[in-house]
Ligand binder design. Structure first.
Ligand SMILES: [Fe+2]
Length: 168
């Protein structure tokens, strides 16, 4: 059965997001554990708390559509997390491996920003104002998480690492 309405697409997108966020709840503790730079570790831990809330919001949104048990598996997120795990396993220099973790994490955030942007617009088009508002809340937190990662990456962390190397 294909998509017969925007409503169907919204439901599919929400089920996909539910899977994506649930997978992230499992992956973020590993990212936090692997981070060397304390602000980066804290950013991952803080986003883990937010991500648990994102799962709840998606469940609430699915509830609005009468979907109790989403079954879809988000293969995009499986791939993104597999890439992140590869970064963790590579290890190496603390500063460099943190940069690789940020590279993986920002791909995740951008995936989510795209997905929530789509979901909030579909909800708006279909007249589900409550779902749109839930999606907007999460979209804002994903954007903040992405901005924080950029701030950490550009706030002297890498430069300090290079200086340390130069001094040794
Ligand atoms: Fe999220």
């Amino acid at each position: 059965m294909g998509f017969n309405s925007l409503n169907d697409v919204l439901q599919e997108q929400l089920e996909d997001l539910h899977s994506a966020e649930t997978q992230l709840v499992g992956a973020l503790p590993k990212m936090a554990q692997a981070a060397h730079h304390e602000p980066l570790r804290e950013a991952f831990q803080h986003h883990l708390d937010e991500t648990r809330e994102h799962v709840s919001r998606v469940e609430e949104a699915l509830g609005e559509l009468g979907v109790g048990h989403p079954t879809e598996v988000c293969k995009w997120m499986q791939g993104l997390i597999a890439e992140g795990e590869e970064m963790i396993q590579m290890g190496g220099d603390p500063m460099a491996s943190d940069a690789a973790l940020i590279a993986a994490a920002q791909r995740v955030e951008h995936y989510e920003i795209a997905a929530y942007g789509t979901a909030r617009q579909l909800a708006d088009d279909c007249g589900f104002d409550a779902i749109r508002d839930l999606m907007d809340q999460t979209l804002d937190e994903e954007s903040q998480a992405d901005k924080l990662l950029t701030k950490i990456a550009t706030g002297g962390m890498f430069k300090a690492g290079v200086n340390q190397q130069a001094a040794s």
